[in-house]
Design a protein around this ligand. Structure first.
Ligand code: ZN
Ligand code: ZN
Length: 256
């Protein structure tokens, strides 16, 4: 009976978190749940998230499940400890009750209350959000791949500096045959290194690069106009090509 009840509870968690819930084991339950703050539907308003593992033993729910953080974004050690200890305390409070859903909710509550960028801008070391500056506070942005946040001005300056470094390195390289190969390799390496977060070196997502380029200037506008032009052109070309194939088929059928 207990086993059926536990399985029903696991199903309830799966129904609530669907794709964000990975069931490693139904009994005793072992779940990995990707939890986000309540504002997460607006991605620009999401600054933290965590994947939490809940692993129960055969004595669950008399014994609470073991809870740990498997992965997280935007949380320093202090905030990670706060999250995990809140969920563990809740588990002890609810001992002997079916608690998996309640523990997920507790984690979502904690993440919602911690959903703000923490500390200083890693590039200039001034606070990201200066409470005293009020509306004069500098605007900031986050990288989607790791949730590290920077002042917009700082990330633009860093991006321009990187570009300048790449150009200088390329122009000082000599142009002998072997060096041309090296130069291409270096160019590729530079392009790759431009897509890494200055704090954790995690590779940017395309979205991040687009965002930084938008901040840097009108470069992206030109790229997006070209992209749109080629998209329309290729659609037109494909359409005409299909018409041509269709006409050939009709002729073949009529004549043959
Ligand atoms: Zn800064
Ligand atoms: Zn990062």
């Amino acid at each position: 009976m207990a086993e059926e009840e536990v399985a029903a509870e696991v199903e309830a968690v799966m129904a609530m978190y669907s794709d964000d819930c990975k069931v490693v084991e139904i009994y005793p339950p072992h779940l990995l749940i990707h939890l986000k703050p309540r504002t997460a539907d607006v991605s620009s308003q999401q600054f933290v998230e965590a994947i939490i593992a809940m692993r129960a033993g055969p004595k669950y729910p008399e014994e609470p499940p073991h809870i740990s953080i498997v992965d997280s974004k935007g949380l320093d050690d202090l905030r990670k400890n706060h999250l995990i200890s809140s969920v563990r305390n809740k588990a002890f409070e609810l001992a002997s009750c079916f608690m998996l859903v309640a523990l997920c909710e507790e984690a979502v509550d904690r993440l919602s209350s911690m959903n703000h960028p923490d500390g200083n801008c890693p590039l200039c070391l001034y606070p990201l959000v200066d409470e005293d500056a009020g509306s004069n506070s500098l605007p900031f942005m986050k990288l989607m791949s790791c949730f590290h946040c920077f002042h917009c001005d700082c990330i633009i300056r860093w991006w321009n500096w990187l570009k300048m470094q790449n150009d200088t390195n390329l122009s000082t390289a000599s142009t002998s045959c072997r060096d041309i190969r090296d130069k291409q390799g270096m160019h590729k390496m530079m392009e790759e290194s431009m897509g890494k977060c200055p704090v954790c070196r995690k590779v940017f997502l395309a979205k991040d690069i687009e965002h930084v380029l938008n901040l840097v200037g009108t470069h992206t506008q030109l790229v997006s106009y070209l992209y749109r032009f080629f998209k329309i052109f290729s659609r037109w070309y494909l359409c005409n090509f299909l018409k041509y194939v269709y006409a050939c088929l009709v002729i073949l059928i009529v004549e043959g």
